[in-house]
Design a protein around this ligand. Structure first.
Ligand code: FES
Length: 155
């Protein structure tokens, strides 16, 4: 999603020009664009009267903020021990292949999906497990992984 002046204006109009609103405004930008585009950071800091360096310091401190474009759907595949022994590497490879992601983690060109690895999602009895957005999917196989992507692609 590109950063539009109107979208930023809609966010900033909720906040009086004060540094105390920095985190809230950045959360809104993150929610709108799925990351913190540099031009949005500049606009937020200008509006609130906060030094740009402080904006970036906050953005890099909190894990909730992403400095890279993220996909609409977040696919977190568990490669923890229980999942590993039940074939998580093959499942992960299937996700990576189907999404066309070159490196170990990344985001699809159409910004539909981001793929990442995690260590234990706390539901080892359902191994191998992946979390897509807020939903946990267990007992995965390569076939189920392909099905999941098709399902989320339509959402
Ligand atoms: S190791 Fe995968 S959920 Fe625990």
């Amino acid at each position: 999603m590109s950063v539009t002046f109107k979208a930023l204006e809609n966010i900033l109009e909720h906040y009086p020009p004060s540094s105390e609103h920095l985190i809230s405004a950045l959360q809104d930008v993150q929610a709108k664009f799925n990351y913190l585009p540099p031009e949005a950071m500049t606009a937020v800091c200008d509006h609130l009267g906060v030094p740009l360096s402080r904006g970036w310091a906050v953005a890099t401190f909190y894990k909730a903020f992403s400095l890279e474009p993220k996909g609409e759907h977040d696919v977190a595949v568990c490669l923890g021990t229980a999942c590993h022994v039940r074939g998580a590497a093959n499942v992960y490879e299937k996700f990576r292949r189907d999404l066309g992601i070159a490196g170990p983690e990344g985001t699809t060109r159409d910004l539909k999906f981001s793929l990442r690895q995690v260590r234990c999602l706390g539901c080892c009895s359902m191994a191998p497990v992946a979390q897509v957005d807020e939903e946990i999917h267990g007992n995965l196989s390569q076939r189920k992984a392909g099905h999941l992507l098709r399902m989320y692609r339509k959402r």
